[in-house]
Design a protein around this ligand. Structure first.
Ligand code: PLP
Length: 268
């Protein structure tokens, strides 16, 4: 049984964060492990409050788990504090963890900061150099590369700058580009564009699901290019099937085999 670990924030809607990551792992037949880095109070209209994890307890959660189980891949999402980032770095080095994917969650769509200033600096200095893949969206890529990004040309430059910080592969997701949703992948030698039509609407948790799909496929032994390409297809279909369950953003729908089980036994 392949195992993937998510280190992420708690989102009560289930649309993003740790709960969404676990659903995606399960869609790919990978067992999900999870360590909670932060709590959020939020609904589909936005994040109203955040609470960081107690660093000592966070460390206990992570180390007790890793003493027992070595994940085949791991990802980080919302980390919020520099303490948590440091602890993750030490654990990756201590347990020699491989296939590390960073979704550098910095701010919610509604504008709430999901990482404090020290955490952003620590993510750049401490864990980006250890990553196999980093998946910033345009806004995150702009903060990390410290340059404005308005078009594809800027995306190419920003991907190069972020790659020079040490990760093996950078995937800048272009879902928020004006005209189309081209993701740009840079492995230090070549650039690959992954285009898809821009779908109308506001969607919650796309970055979490995309990076989790990459992580799950790396855990299964796929290459980075294969994993990114499968993740792109998965996310496009999950956005196409997204639904409105609250008063705000749509939540992605992960086509589930369970849907094929009929409810005949209780449907009478
Ligand atoms: N809450 C958590 C726990 C998250 O991990 C994220 C994004 O990764 C968000 C909220 C923000 O999601 P969105 O920008 O889709 O609102």
């Amino acid at each position: 049984m392949k195992k993937a670990l998510t280190i992420a924030g708690f989102d009560p809607t289930g649309g993003a964060g740790l709960q969404a990551d676990l659903k995606v792992f399960s869609m790919f037949g990978v067992h999900g492990l999870s360590v909670l880095s932060s709590l959020t109070a939020q609904n589909t209209t936005g994040v109203s409050d955040v609470m960081e994890a107690d660093p000592d307890f966070f460390k206990a959660q992570l180390y007790v788990l890793l003493e027992d189980i070595k994940p085949d891949a791991l990802k980080t999402g919302m980390l919020y504090s520099a303490d948590v980032v440091e602890i993750i770095k030490e654990a990756i080095l201590h347990y020699k963890l491989e296939n590390f994917v960073i979704d550098p969650v910095l701010k919610s769509s509604s504008g709430k900061m999901l990482a404090d200033k020290r955490a952003i600096a620590a993510i750049k200095a401490e864990i980006i150099p250890l990553a196999k893949v980093i998946t910033p969206n345009l806004r995150e890529a702009s903060v990390i590369s410290e340059m404005p990004i308005a078009d594809m040309k800027d995306m190419y430059r920003a991907a190069g700058i972020i790659h020079s910080m040490g990760p093996e592969v950078v995937v800048v997701t272009g879902g928020h580009l004006e005209s189309n949703a081209i993701d740009l992948c840079f492995d230090g030698t070549g650039y690959t564009e992954f285009p898809s039509p821009k779908l109308p609407g506001e969607f919650h948790g796309t970055g979490c699901a995309f990076s989790s799909a990459i992580t799950a496929n790396l855990a299964k032994g796929a290459s980075v290019t294969e994993s990114v390409s499968i993740a792109k297809e998965f996310i496009t279909s999950s956005i196409k099937n997204a639904g409105t369950i609250g008063k705000g953003m749509k939540l992605l729908s992960f086509e589930c085999q369970a849907n094929s089980f009929t409810m005949t036994s209780i449907d009478h």
